[in-house]
Structures are given as C-alpha cells and as structure tokens.
Ligand binder design. Sequence first.
Ligand SMILES: Cc1cc2nc3c(=O)[nH]c(=O)nc-3n(C[C@H](O)[C@H](O)[C@H](O)COP(=O)(O)OP(=O)(O)OC[C@H]3O[C@@H](n4cnc5c(N)ncnc54)[C@H](O)[C@@H]3O)c2cc1C
Length: 411
Amino acid sequence: MNRQRLDIAIVGGGMVGMAQAALLAVRHPQLQVALLEASTEVPRVPADSYDARVVALTQASRELLEEMGAWDAIGDSRACPYTEMRVWDAEGTGSVRFNSRDVQMPNLGHIVENNVVVAALRARLEALPNVELVNGFRLESWWRDCGLWHLQPRSDRINVIEGLEENGEVLRTRLLIGADGARSKVRDLLRIRCQDTDYHQTALVCVARCEKTHRHTARQRFLKTGPLAFLPLAGLGDENHCAVVWSADEALARELVMLDDQAFCLNLEKAFESSLGKVESVSERFSFPLRARHAESYYGPGAVLVGDAAHSIHPLAGQGVNLGLQDVRVLSDEIGRALKRGLEPADISVMARYQRRRRGDNATTLKAMSTFKSLFGAGDLHWRWLRNTGLSMVDASPLLKKRIILRAMAV
Ligand SMILES: Cc1cc2nc3c(=O)[nH]c(=O)nc-3n(C[C@H](O)[C@H](O)[C@H](O)COP(=O)(O)OP(=O)(O)OC[C@H]3O[C@@H](n4cnc5c(N)ncnc54)[C@H](O)[C@@H]3O)c2cc1C
C-alpha cells in the first residue's frame, strides 16, 4: 500500500475505528485504507476466562458486523443472546420487564466481551487486501498541504513502526477519520471544542460468578448512588457468570475499590438484593471515571470524528459502541454516495451530511442518559413517586414497551 497517498487514514483502532476500516474496505475495494493504532497489543481471547469489559450489541449493530463479515466469528464464540431485560428502582416498587416476545424477536441483543469483538474485527481486517493495520502509531502532529493530511507519530515510536523510516516518517492521506476515543487527539488538533460534563461517578466492572443462573436476562437495579447492572455471559460452559457494571458516586466507588474480594462480593450481593443468589466470586476489578462529552462539530477540513471521539455517554443504557457503529454506517453511506457522484471521500458535503444525520440523534441519547442519571439519583419523595409510577406505567403498557424496545434495537 502506498502510505504516501492513502485515500483514507483512520486514527484509533478501538471497536469503532476497526469497524469503520472494515466497512469501508468491504464496500469500496478500490479505496486504500490505513488504520493507525497507538497500541502494539494483539487482542487475545483466553479460553478459560472472561473479559470484564463487555458491550450490549443491538440488532442494528449485529447487522452491520454481519455486513463487514465479522459477526460469524463473534456469534460462534462467546456472544450471549439476552431475551429479557429487567429494570427496577431500589427505592420503591417500580419495575419494568422487556421481553423479546413483546416484539416477536428471538432476542433483544447480545452481550459480548470487548476482546471478542476486537479479535473478530482484527481477523477480518487482516483478511482484507485494501486495509493496512499500522500498530504502534500514536498520532502526535500533522499538517495539511495540497489537499493531503501529513500525519506524524510520536517521535519515540517511529523506530518500531515497520517501513515508516524509509518513507520519510509521515503518512499522507486525503481523508482523515478520528476514531481515537474520548480524549481524541484528532479533535484537539482540529481545535474542535467539546461539551464536557463530569457525572461524578465511577464505573467498576468485573465478572461475577453467581449462585443462580442468569437465564439470559440483563438486569439493572437503580440505586440512589448509581445503577448496578448484571449482564449475562456465555461461552465457558455455564450460565452463572455475569459481567457487572456498577456505576457509583465517587465516594462509594473509592470505598468499593478498597474492599477485598470477599467483602466486595457481600456488598455486591446486598446492593443487588441477592437477585441471583449468592455472589460466589469476582474477577479482577477495573474502574472508569464517567464523563459525558459531545464535540461541538464532527468535522474540520478533510477530517471527521466518529465514536467516542465525537461523543461519550454514561454506560447505563449500554449504547456507546452502538452509537459509534451507527456513525460508522452513516459515514460509509455518505462516502459511498460521494464516490457515485464522482466526488472525493473528503468532500465537504460528505462531512456536512454525516454531521446532519448523526449529531442530533447522538445529542438526544446523551440528554436522555443525563436525565435518567439525575432522575434516579434524586432522593426526595416527589421524584421517587414519579419514577416508580413511570416504571410501573411502562410495564403495564404493551404498546409503549414495544416502542421503547424497537427504538433501542435500532441504535
Ligand atoms: C464501564 C463501561 C461500560 C460500557 N458498556 C457499554 C455497553 O454495554 N454497550 C456499548 O455500546 N458501549 C458501552 N460502553 C461504551 C464503549 O466502551 C465505548 O463507547 C467504546 O469503547 C468507544 O469505542 P471507540 O473505538 O470510539 O473508542 P476507544 O475504545 O476509546 O478506542 C480508541 C482507540 O484509539 C487509540 N488512540 C488513542 N489516541 C491515539 C492516537 N493519538 N494515535 C493513535 N491511536 C490512538 C486507543 O489506543 C484506542 O485503541 C461502556 C463504557 C464503559 C466505560
């Protein structure tokens, strides 16, 4: 591949960047695409343990992964379909159950470990002749000349990137896609401002082995200090393992991090009302401070943002990757439309149309997550009554439930 005149370079090889590279390469074999990733780690999927970080993939995300040829490797290994979702309020009697039968579907989505998705996407990219995966490339600086972005990695990385020294240490591309996560360098270099809200919560994630089987149900209990989710896992021969995502106010999160495993299991079981019986053991715990971010613009000259680089949201509805994959779909559609009209992939109309189709949707989801977080964090009687009545009303209305499920599945 000619690294001096790429059609498209994608910075950031997380789930969204990889999916963007795969979809563009599959749809447009004539394009030369490079995926530049800072890390040199090769994703591994150990046969005897689960990754603590998971995603709840919607039907729309699954369809996209199918189109790019990555779903078979995910679905055949460790994707856990969930047929029911239970949500309830710790401070009252309000609860709601969503079932795939409500919408005549086999399931509501799949819980998949992050490393399984990443490994499947990487295998797919390695099989595509028009994509080059460049590991160890941490974008540090750039400049634009004659319609081409010149991309330079951090100088101490240059020696480890195969072939880069001989090529004069820079890559050149017509279109740059920033998929480099919530603290995006591409966004900074484009000087795009970001609305940034600190949720003052930390998400603790781990895998728990429970006494009772999960019965393919995703469960979430809203505590005043934040939501606690148990998401069903599959693949290691039982139905007793769940991925735990406990979003807790900072003070509580600090206490939970300090506990030994036994004390943490007891706290977890209590906070979850022993809904799955005893919490028998937990894996290593990881913590993620939670912030909402939304880029004020999704593009600059010849460059565009997707995934967490454009928006990052509270994990309470598990929509981050799903929104990112919809960005990927829409941007690929717009690039395809431009190519058909004889325009450049970096034509301004591609980016303007992409932003028009995605920014409003993402803003609505961000707003909804912030509202949920505030609503369930409010302790006074009025708000408690309101949310418990709201949950019970939704539960009693098949039509409303159907609309909510179909909306969530389409993201
Ligand atoms: C606790 C928790 C639970 C979640 N649960 C869900 C869920 O159930 N469902 C869901 O859809 N979402 C969920 N999310 C959100 C989801 O994890 C993110 O939305 C998703 O990982 C974003 O993917 P991304 O590829 O855009 O960014 P990232 O995963 O952050 O990837 C960015 C990549 O860019 C690379 N990079 C960064 N800077 C540079 C640079 N300068 N040069 C080159 N490479 C660079 C990084 O190494 C990284 O590989 C959750 C998030 C959290 C914190």
